[in-house]
Write a protein of this length. Structure first.
Length: 383
């Protein structure tokens, strides 16, 4: 695939993967992108996952048409991109690695050597001329690892954005960008909104016509749309008006409460209600929804004097990603000593700018007139 006259795609699609990064369901697989810039000097942008060494080396050889690369630019050391550094260095013994100092530390950790005679350490603001293509390096620490650099090619106005602007899904499957890019961003990068904001500010000074991420499609049109979504996600702003109801239920009574709340909200004209059974849904989708919409209702039985385990995991997923700037409402169930509301409030107490609804719903075993009235009052309050 040709990105520009001089930039070729040499990445691979992975349809064998079960869980990306050991946890994310990827029904449409995953792409590990890699690129070659062909100029007087030749640079390769990152490698791919270990399982695709042969395919990647073949793609690379084909794009090179007998030429020899001068540089391997390592923007990110997570193994889905860095696994084939040693294979590359063996295949092309005259090439050098271009990476940040922190990346070289990790190269030594992963490969037992940091190639002392073949390294070029770069930092923010450094440049590398390939001929026509002048590359400049922009530090992107903690987006989402500390060693990350992104690379701007002033000649073709291309930003090589590392994991930024990536998404789940292989490139040979057509699917909506935002849905899987959001789940990817919130899941993997979501904690680091402040660092992404810093990177977006640096990017705004560049004339970017193409974004080449390490996952997902190459972005060439309507870049303001993608940049705008990244700004929304990284500033923890509400993307879509609506209510997320995340529940866990042992015998179905808390589920009935969650469903009654959803029906009541819809009847009152709520623009969107997203409901998830945390024991059965893809947790990453529920987490994504919590960050997408403005209001969140958590409904859990009391369990061992705590909340139900899936709710504990869900709330932890929110708090570790700096969940903030939202309205939260709480529903608890219990047959002798309901304490889930108190526990959930405590778990969320470190979150910035949360507004708790005035109405909490208390269910004693099963819905009754009192708890139904509380659910209706909560729906009105949320609307
Ligand atoms: Fe795609 Fe952070 O690795």
């Amino acid at each position: 695939m040709e990105i520009t006259n001089d930039i070729k795609y040499v990445g691979v699609n992975d349809h064998e993967i079960d869980l990306f990064e050991g946890q994310y369901i990827v029904e449409n697989g995953m792409a590990y992108n890699s690129y070659v810039i062909l100029d007087e000097k030749i640079a390769v942008m990152d490698t791919v996952d270990a399982n695709f060494k042969e395919e990647w080396l073949k793609n690379l050889a084909s794009a090179l048409s007998g030429k020899t690369p001068d540089y391997l630019i390592v923007q990110h050391m997570e193994p889905d991109h860095s696994a084939n550094i040693a294979a590359f260095m063996e295949t092309y013994p005259s090439a050098k690695i271009v990476a940040s100092a922190k990346a070289f530390t990790m190269i030594k950790q992963f490969f037992g050597t940091d190639y002392p005679d073949r390294q070029m350490v770069v930092k923010e603001g450094d440049t590398l001329s390939l001929g026509k293509h002048e590359l400049s390096f922009v530090a992107a620490p903690m987006v989402h690892w500390p060693e990350v650099i992104v690379t701007y090619d002033a000649h073709d106005k291309v930003l090589f954005s590392a994991d930024g602007f990536g998404k789940f899904g292989a490139l040979d499957v057509e699917e909506d960008w935002a849905c899987e890019a959001r789940r990817y961003y919130i899941g993997i990068v979501g904690k680091y909104g402040a660092q992404v904001q810093t990177l977006l500010k640096k990017a705004s000074a560049l004339d970017i016509q193409t974004i080449c991420p390490l996952h997902g499609p190459i972005l060439t049109e309507n870049l303001d749309y993608y940049l705008g979504l990244y700004n929304t996600w990284s500033s923890y702003a509400v993307e879509t008006e609506g209510v997320v109801i995340a529940y866990t239920s042992v015998y179905g009574n808390t589920k009935k409460a969650a469903e009654l709340l959803a029906e009541t909200l819809e009847a009152l004209g709520c623009p969107k209600v997203a409901i998830s059974d945390l024991a059965r849904c893809d947790m990453a989708e529920a987490v994504e929804d919590a960050f997408r919409y403005g209001k969140l209702v958590l409904a859990s039985p009391t369990y061992n004097g705590d909340v139900f385990p899936f709710m504990r995991e869900f709330i932890h997923n929110l708090t570790e990603r700096n969940y903030q700037k939202r309205t939260v409402a709480l529903i608890e169930n219990g047959s002798w000593a309901p304490t889930a509301v108190k526990t959930m409030q405590k778990m969320l107490e470190g979150c910035k700018d949360l507004t708790f609804a005035n109405t909490n719903v208390k269910i004693m075993s099963a819905l009754n007139d009192d708890s139904i009235a509380q659910i209706k009052a909560l729906a009105k309050e949320l609307i």
